[in-house]
Design a protein around this ligand. Structure first.
Ligand code: 5AD
Ligand code: FES
Length: 346
């Protein structure tokens, strides 16, 4: 098994079979070996720096009905909200003074924000804080829409492919959503010139090691600037309420593998990882991650953006999360830095 990790370290491609064997054959000893290599690669390119992104969850309206997601349209228990342009700018104001130089605008697929409205918000942020990067995470849109948003000043786009395998994808999504459409969106985003982030959930219902192997192959092919992964966590008001969540152990292992496969990629230690274990984000950093994304949304709406149960930080002010993360990173010998934190994988 170590040979496969060494092969990755030498920047050699693994086959689907090799990925599957490696993922299925993992052990605590192998994981420790992997994390050592992953950390050394991470230190080579990013040192002990941890990049922060201020996450603004600006709408929880969504036209989609993904089976895993707490804000799916069929969940009538959700209290829906939209932030106005002024409210979003006020989040940026707070964020900038806390040292954030990247703002991530994330939301459901909400027709209430058409291109012109989103472009207006993007250009206002760019005018107010020209030294900041803007990341969008608003789902599937047309090529022309992505282009318009990029022209307005959006620098980066996050769109997890969720799972590469079409059959598995179909088990997690309503019939209208297709794995291939998702992947096309990612290729379009790349072509337009965005710094692109993709990713998947670890331990989603029906997921096998073979699916994860295909995810790795797809990501290698796409060669994104960022990869966001976190454990699947069930949400009580979804069809997956009774499904078990992904594990810390497998998520950390996948983080280590991603770091070795694309050495310069940006890899967040996600909120979901922090939710399944009190030290999840610290452990994520120690497995090779180099980004954290604290929440900048107003505390009044935080609890309404619950994609999964028991999400952390829903009662904390932005400043509290910022300080909390700084302490957490310092406790393991890493330092939060105040820069845009662009990917070196270009
Ligand atoms: N558990 C973990 N992650 C989830 N996401 C959505 N629902 C859940 C859940 N129940 C992830 C998806 C999506 C991202 C914004 O959040 O991967 O792309
Ligand atoms: Fe939000 Fe710790 S990061 S309270």
């Amino acid at each position: 098994m170590r040979e496969l990790i060494d092969k990755l370290q030498e920047n050699k491609a693994l086959s689907k079979y090799e990925w599957t064997v490696l993922i299925e054959g993992r052990s605590p000893e192998l994981a420790e070996y992997l994390f050592q290599q992953a950390r050394s690669v991470r230190h080579k390119y990013y040192g002990h720096d941890v990049y922060v992104r201020g996450l603004i969850e600006f709408t929880n309206y969504c036209r989609n009905d993904c089976l895993y997601c707490g804000i799916r349209k069929s969940n009538l228990k959700v209290s829906r909200y939209r932030l106005s342009k002024e409210e979003i700018l006020s989040c940026c104001e707070t964020g900038y003074s806390l040292g954030f130089r990247t703002f991530v605008l994330q939301g459901g697929e909400d027709a209430g924000y058409d291109d012109s409205r989103l472009c207006g918000i993007i250009s206002a942020i760019k005018t107010g804080w020209p030294d900041c990067a803007i990341t969008l995470s608003v789902g599937e849109r047309s090529y022309d829409s992505y282009k318009a948003l990029h022209d307005a000043g959006a620098d980066r786009y996050l769109l997890r492919h969720e799972t590469y395998d079409a059959e598995h994808y179909a088990k997690l999504h309503p019939p209208l959503l297709k794995a291939a459409d998702r992947q096309d969106c990612l290729w379009n985003l790349k072509k337009i010139g965005y710094q692109v982030g993709t990713g998947f959930m670890v331990g989603s219902p029906y997921q096998t090691a073979g699916h994860l192997a295909e995810d790795m192959l797809f990501i290698k092919d796409l060669d994104p600037q960022m990869v966001g992964i976190g454990p699947f966590i069930s949400h009580r008001d979804t069809p997956f309420a009774g499904q078990s969540s992904g594990t810390l152990e497998l998520t950390l292992f996948m983080l280590g593998l991603l770091r070795l496969m694309i050495p310069k990629v940006l890899l967040p230690a996600t909120t979901a990882l922090g939710t399944i274990h009190p030290k999840g984000r610290e452990l994520g950093i120690q497995a090779g991650a180099n980004v954290v994304m604290p929440n900048l949304s107003p505390t009044t709406v935080r609890k309404d953006y619950a994609l999964y149960d028991n999400k952390i930080c829903t009662g904390d002010e932005a400043a509290e999360c910022r300080n909390c993360l700084e302490r957490r990173m310092e406790s393991i010998g890493y330092h939060v830095v105040t820069t845009r934190g662009d990917s070196l994988n270009i």
